[in-house]
Design a protein around this ligand. Sequence first.
Ligand code: GFB
Length: 312
Amino acid sequence: MVEFDLSEKRIWVAGHRGMVGSAICRRLGEMGCEVVTAGRDQVDLVRQSETEAWIADTKPDVIFLAAAKVGGILANDTYPADFIYENLAIELNIIHSAYQAGVEKLIMLGSSCIYPRLAPQPIAEDALLTGPLEPTNEWYAIAKIAGIKLCQAYRKQHGCDFISAMPTNLYGIGDNFNLETSHVVPALIRKFHEAKVSGAETVTVWGTGKPRREFMYADDCADALVHLAQHYSDMSHVNVGVGQDVTIKDLASTVQQTVKFEGEIVYDTSKPDGTPRKLMDTRLLNSLGWTPKTSLEQGLSQSYEWFLSQES
Ligand code: GFB
C-alpha cells in the first residue's frame, strides 16, 4: 500500500469555503497538517495567470482540488455554459500550474455524474465513456471527465502523482440551501423545515420520486479523500461512495421524519428526474482500507442541526 505522509506537507485546499473543501480542512486540522487557503479576492482560479502566480508564490506540496462550480439538477440544466467553462478553466489552470510548480500530490474531485446515464449498476470505474451521458448534467460531467484525463496525462508524460476521486451525491455542513441551485438533500431539509414553521400542509418534491440516489455525508467524503491522498497513486480515478442508495421518495420521508413535518408530500413531475440511478461500485476504495462511518439518518440530523444553527 502507498504511504504518503501528509503531516509535514503544506497543503492547499482549493475551494476551502465549499461544503467538501471545508470538510477537508476540518479533517486535515484534526491531523495537525499545515493547510493554506485562498479566497476569491486573492486568486481567481478561472484566470490562468493569476492561478499560476499564486501557486508559484505559495508553493504547496499537496493540492486538494475541491474548487468547482457545482449545483443540483436544475442549475446544471439551466446554466450549461457556466458549468463547462468554469470547471474546465479551474482544472486546466490548477493542474498545469501544479505540474510547473512541482506539486508532489494532487487530488482532483469529480462526481458520479461522469458515468453514462444507463451504466450497469453498481457503476465500476471502467464504465467511464462507455455510453451517452445524462443530458441534464453532461456539461459538468464532460468537464470532470477532462479533469480525470488531465491527471492521467500529467502522470503519463511527467510522472506527476495526480489522482482523481469521484464522490457520489454529497450533503452536510456548509451545504448550499438555495432552492433553485441546490442538490436534493439541502433542498428537502429547507422545504420541510419552512413548511413546518409556516404550517403549510404540503411539501413539493421534484420529479416522480422514483430515481435512486446514493448519499454520502461530506465529512465522510473528506475522510476518504485524505485516505486516498495517503494511500493511492495510480492512473484510474476512484469511486467514493457508501455502497447503498435510496429512492427520492424514501429520502423525502426520511427528511420529513428528521424535520418532524406532519403534512403531505406532493410531486412536481414538471421537474426532471435526471438519471434513474447512479450507485457506485466502491470495491477499489474499500480495498484500500476505507469504509464510511455516517448513516443517512445520522447525516441528515447533523445537517439539519447545522441548518438550524445558521438560521438563528
Ligand atoms: O440532487 P439533485 O439535484 O442532482 O437531484 P442529481 C437528485 C434527484 O432529486 C432528482 C430530485 O431526481 C431530482 O428531481 N429532487 C426532488 C430534487 N426534489 C428536489 C429538489 O427540491 N431539489 C433538487 N435539486 N432535486 C446532480 C448533477 O444530479 O448530481 C450534478 O446535476 C452533480 O452535476 C450531483 O453530479 C452530484 O443527482 O440528479
